[in-house]
Design a protein around this ligand. Structure first.
Ligand SMILES: NC(=O)c1ccc[n+]([C@@H]2O[C@H](COP(=O)([O-])OP(=O)(O)OC[C@H]3O[C@@H](n4cnc5c(N)ncnc54)[C@H](O)[C@@H]3O)[C@@H](O)[C@H]2O)c1
Length: 347
């Protein structure tokens, strides 16, 4: 299999090295060859060349079976142009409409919620990944003055909403999950989110065996904290999904633990930890590599390599249970040493 590897910026580079270690090790253990091609795109490359992503960059990415990306964002490039082109650009250009973010607690001691254990925190969030407020339609008028007007439009299309809601139900059906919860803000956002309401009613009626519930996004945030066990599958828009999955990550032990996939079923998809480039930790060998390594497992699972993915997940679980982890989740290891432990346990 041919995999594109984009380490990116800051801790992205460090955690990607550990994900690559895990991929290489699982290949050895299962007799598989992964052809890894490292792409240098990121802040350094942009600052040196002025290029965020080359003109044929998206076509290059399409030629791989999957893409792994660390994180993008650098204090030297405050406008974040390279991150927009590489990360959001790839999501849009490759039409990766499913942002798949599992929220799974591995050990009770990692959860900041009182008396909650792994059986209480085990759900997935599907975030719409190609529309919403992130398409950047709008503009600024009289920018920088006291008369400034800033407009940012939220894009919601039937096609976009229908395919992500349908994906959530199909996932529930295929994985023995019995509930799907849709979250919007249709009480206040009465145009775009009326479309989410209509589609959710229509699609849910086609899945009578699955219980369909709805919360406004503010209530969802509250219920996630009060009673996470009620959730199995959550589906929501781009912005709300972005926010509630950081909340979900805290239930797992923090941003360093959370994995994600940007998926177009059947096409080249892209996998990345939920966290960013955490500049304050960059180059210090302190970042938690688990989110990145778990994202590599998601990538292999999506490519149909379920045994390989399960072997990586089992090694992560062992590392957590034996506290062979980084300081953010109570361990004493550095990024490389935590990655080494996990790689060694993959079998
Ligand atoms: N997908 C992405 O590439 C992505 C996502 C979010 C933010 N960003 C970018 O990253 C830069 C920093 O953003 P931010 O500080 O808001 O978010 P961040 O996720 O980089 O970091 C927030 C905080 O979470 C903790 N954290 C994150 N990852 C960790 C890890 N692996 N191990 C241990 N602790 C970890 C740290 O305390 C860190 O300061 C910005 O340039 C932002 O635009 C990129």
């Amino acid at each position: 299999m041919k995999l594109a590897i984009i380490p990116g910026d800051g801790i992205g580079k460090e955690v990607t090295a550990e994900a690559v270690k895990a991929i290489t090790r699982v290949g050895e253990a299962f007799g598989r060859t992964f052809e890894l091609e490292h792409l240098p795109w990121g802040a350094d490359y942009f600052l040196e060349t002025g290029i965020t992503i080359p003109p044929d960059g998206y076509d290059t990415l399409r030629s791989f079976d999957a893409i792994f990306i660390g994180a993008l964002g650098d204090p030297r490039t405050p406008e974040n142009r390279h991150a927009r082109d590489i990360l959001l650009g790839t999501r849009f250009e490759l039409d990766l409409y499913v942002n798949y973010r599992p929220v799974k607690l591995l050990d009770e001691r990692l959860c900041p919620l009182k008396n909650r254990g792994p059986k209480d925190v085990d759900f997935v969030v599907f975030r719409e990944n190609t529309e919403g407020l992130y398409v950047s339609i709008g503009g600024r008028f009289k920018a920088g003055t006291e008369d400034e007007v800033a407009i940012q439009e939220e894009l919601n299309t039937f096609k976009g909403v229908n395919r992500i809601v349908r994906h959530a139900f199909e996932f529930a059906k295929a994985h023995g999950r019995t509930k799907v919860c849709m979250a919007d803000k249709s009480n206040a956002m009465q145009q775009g989110h009326a479309l989410w309401q209509r589609v959710f009613k229509q699609v849910s009626s086609e899945y009578p065996a699955i219980q369909a519930t709805h919360y406004y996004i503010d209530a969802l945030a509250m219920y996630m904290v009060l009673d996470p066990a009620q959730f199995e599958v959550i589906v929501t828009n781009n912005l709300f999904g972005d926010i509630v999955t950081d909340l979900g990550a805290t239930f797992q032990g923090g941003l360093g633990m959370a994995a994600s996939g940007n998926i177009h079923p059947g096409r080249t998809s892209m996998f990345e930890p939920v966290h960013g480039s955490a500049p304050k930790f960059a180059g210090k060998n302190v970042a938690n590599p688990i989110g990145a390594i778990a994202s590599a497992a998601l990538m292999l699972e999506t490519l149909g390599l379920t045994k390989e993915a399960a072997a990586i997940d089992a090694a992560i679980l062992k590392a957590v249970r034996e506290n062979q982890v980084t300081a953010d989740i109570g361990g004493k290891l550095g990024t490389r040493e935590a990655g080494d432990f996990i790689a060694k346990e993959i079998r």
